[in-house]
Design a protein around this ligand. Structure first.
Ligand code: YYY
Ligand code: MG
Length: 148
């Protein structure tokens, strides 16, 4: 089944939003397939955001991501990449709908609390970068109550 990479950024950790954010993905019915609490270094953050290296905000973005521990996760489920982005909300919290994570908990684009892969292909790359050991292999026993 489809997987996505979700990361609670350092501001989300500092602001005590870890439980709330995990809960939203859990309650939706997605399956947690990987979880780690880590501080990454500059070269790792630059790799994660390599596609944005030419952007004017790149240096500040990397400094922000390495400024404290993050919660890195693999979530699995039907359509989880696109639905994960919907749960997260628009990149700029000023444009994120209420009810989304960024819409409910963030104000500035450079402190938008959470990352989610933007396509199945970037999810594959990001999961390989953050979880070289691969996902945790388990099956949720509620599966038939979530999927028809
Ligand atoms: O995927 P998403 O996080 O929604 O946005 P991206 O366009 O991939 O940018 C990654 C990250 O960079 C964004 O979450 C905040 C930051 N950023 C910024 O600080 N200023 C911008 N104008 C655009 C993005
Ligand atoms: Mg992105």
């Amino acid at each position: 089944m489809e997987q996505t990479f979700i990361m609670i950024k350092p501001d989300g950790v500092q602001r005590g939003l870890v439980g709330e954010i995990i809960s939203r993905f859990e309650k939706k019915g997605f399956y947690l397939k990987g979880l780690k609490f880590i501080t990454v270094d500059q070269s790792f953050a630059e790799k994660h955001y390599a596609d944005l290296s030419a952007k004017p905000f790149f240096t500040g973005l990397v400094e922000y991501i390495i400024s404290g521990p993050v919660v890195a996760m693999i979530w699995e489920g039907k359509g989880v990449v696109a639905t994960g982005r919907t749960i997260i909300g628009a990149t700029n919290p000023a444009a994120s709908a209420p009810g989304t994570i960024r819409g409910d908990f963030a104000i500035d684009i450079g402190r938008n609390v959470i990352h989610g892969s933007d396509s199945v292909e970037s999810a594959r790359k990001e999961i390989a970068l953050w979880f070289p050991e691969g996902p945790v292999n388990w099956q949720n026993s509620l599966h038939p109550w979530i999927y028809e």
